[in-house]
Design a binder for this molecule. Sequence first.
Ligand SMILES: NC(=O)c1ccc[n+]([C@@H]2O[C@H](COP(=O)([O-])OP(=O)(O)OC[C@H]3O[C@@H](n4cnc5c(N)ncnc54)[C@H](OP(=O)(O)O)[C@@H]3O)[C@@H](O)[C@H]2O)c1
Length: 312
Amino acid sequence: MEKGKEQKVAVVTGSSTGIGFETSLLLARNGFYTYATMRNTKKSETIEKIASKENLPLKVLPLDVDSLDSVRNTIDKILDEKNKIDILVNNAGYGLFGALEDISIQEVKQQFETNFFGAIRTIKQVLPSMREQKNGMIINISSISGKVGFPAECIYVSTKFALEGLSESISYELGAYGIKVILIEPGVINSNFVPNIKFPVRPGEKLKKDVPAEEFSEIKTQSCTKNTDKKNLSHYSNTIDVFLSHYYPAMKNAPLPKEVALLILESIKNATNSSESLYRYLIGEDAKVFGRAKDNLSDSEFYQFVSKRVLT
Ligand SMILES: NC(=O)c1ccc[n+]([C@@H]2O[C@H](COP(=O)([O-])OP(=O)(O)OC[C@H]3O[C@@H](n4cnc5c(N)ncnc54)[C@H](OP(=O)(O)O)[C@@H]3O)[C@@H](O)[C@H]2O)c1
């Protein structure tokens, strides 16, 4: 931290692994007092060890973005301790992949609960203090899937489109209070995101009723192709498999979470020195290629462009 400057306070959700883990460490290494929050603090050993070894201003607190009580308790505790929050990084999230026909309404709701309502919960909890201090940054980890629709990702894409719409809209409300909104839009990143992707519990099955809660809580990470129960194979297996045959290998050369963390730090520095209210950053060659194509092609050209790349 620069001498004489008040220490900035940052809160990062989903810091147990991946982008959240690296972002928490990088912000702490750059002088931010960083609350590395995670829903399961049993996963905090590694980050705490590093923080203690490097003597970083980093503290782990529990925060499950699905729970309003959890969000409220932790944000209140931070405000009690530090009296302010300067930076909120909404990072917690996961991917639900599969064809729409195969996905139950509970699975859809759960995906929105974490990726979209989770972000809304934390934003609403920090806004009163940011508005009063007339300063703050809300950094939402969106995705290229927040700009472009892909097969096999329809619900994940929908959560990220929603996050983009929310971010763009609130930037008009918050600009007058000096609160800046930043969207980070990664392509494929080499984190635990891919192994953590969830697929529908009952692909191919016509659901007469919704999946019972107790079964739903045990959604397994499984590929439709690995599903040996023929009865449960999706009508859309071929589409999903072709998409995944492009998606999984893309991981090999994908940027690491550390690179996303560096971009987040850079975005904070840029926003500090600028008066704009909304910022967007793509990261990853794939994200840039699809982003550019969306900006420059007609709808029908763009449809062909995406189809050729992910469905053949
Ligand atoms: N990796 C990519 O290819 C990619 C691309 C574009 C965007 N993104 C976005 O980047 C963000 C971070 O993903 P990642 O790549 O770092 O994946 P990751 O390694 O799987 O990390 C996801 C993090 O979110 C946490 N999380 C999930 N549900 C939560 C909840 N209800 N409350 C609090 N934390 C929760 C996980 O905690 P647990 O350890 O407890 O599960 C984990 O810490 C996500 O929003 C994702 O959509 C990722």
